[in-house]
Design a protein around this ligand. Structure first.
Ligand SMILES: [Zn+2]
Length: 258
């Protein structure tokens, strides 16, 4: 068998493994008390080349609607957009005396999250083996977690060693993401090349393999009519919440979690 045949067979085997891993996007999901060892990767997410994407959704009755105002401009957002859902949520929050309704309105405000991409090296002290090690995961960071993440990157950039800081494929480090309570905490571990690969040629091949599987978020911007409809649903849901406080508590808890 020629080298080319061998190569293409290896490719096919890899693709087969990827297909069997599942077609859903792999997401980092760290439950309370868990910790995952990850390696954030400096994949450019938007036309601005940033390694993260700010994405905001309004959640109303388990249905999400993208918030154009709070989503990053590189991903179709517009800070000056007059979002009817934001307006309805703010009005409810500011003008309602009922605490449960104010909490409900607060949750529906379209708080952004920051999508990053990473490799998962360990889940709760269990090493990831084989092909899964090279599959990028989406890791959506809450405001608190992203504050810590960006603070770390800014400090690294000021030190001047690498613009990519802890995400640098050569000089970066793994990050232990743990969730002792509600918020996820990030801690540096294992400085050095990604996946411990010090051979330059091998590193190039591995990076090429990982990059092919990364993609920036594909967001569909809602039409104006959809946003107006979502704002109506928000007002209806808030009215129900005022009559029966807490009946939507399951939804609230879900959004509360990281
Ligand atoms: Zn909005």
């Amino acid at each position: 068998m020629s080298d080319i045949d061998n190569e293409s067979m290896k490719d096919l085997e890899n693709e087969h493994r990827i297909a069997t891993v599942g077609s859903r996007a792999r997401r980092v999901k760290i439950e309370k008390g868990e910790s995952w060892l990850v390696r954030f990767i400096p994949f450019p997410m938007g036309k601005n080349g940033a390694f993260y994407a700010r994405i905001a959704y309004h959640w109303i009755d388990r249905k999400s609607t993208l918030c154009i105002r709070n989503t990053g401009p590189a991903f179709g957002g517009d800070p000056d957009y007059d979002c009817p859902v934001c307006a309805a949520a703010n009005k409810l929050y500011n003008e309602t005396a009922s605490e449960p309704v104010r909490l409900f309105a607060y949750k529906a405000m379209g708080h952004p999250r920051w999508r990053t991409l990473c490799l998962v090296v360990e889940k709760n002290n269990t090493s990831i083996e084989g092909e899964e090690l090279y599959l990028p995961y989406e890791f959506d960071l809450s405001k608190t977690t992203f504050t810590g993440w960006s603070d770390m990157l800014l400090r690294d950039q000021k030190k001047g060693t690498s613009k990519q800081g802890f995400l640098d494929l050569d000089t970066g480090c793994d990050i232990l993401a743990s969730r002792p309570n509600i918020a996820i905490q990030l801690q540096r571990e294992n400085a050095g090349p990604i996946l411990g690969i010090s051979d330059n040629d091998k590193l190039d091949r591995v990076i090429d393999r990982i990059w092919k599987r990364c993609s920036p978020p594909q967001l569909t911007l809602p039409a104006r009519t959809q946003l107006v409809e979502a704002a109506d649903r928000l007002r209806e849901a808030a009215a129900k919440e005022a009559q029966h406080p807490g009946q939507n508590r399951d939804d609230l808890n879900r959004q509360d979690s990281e």
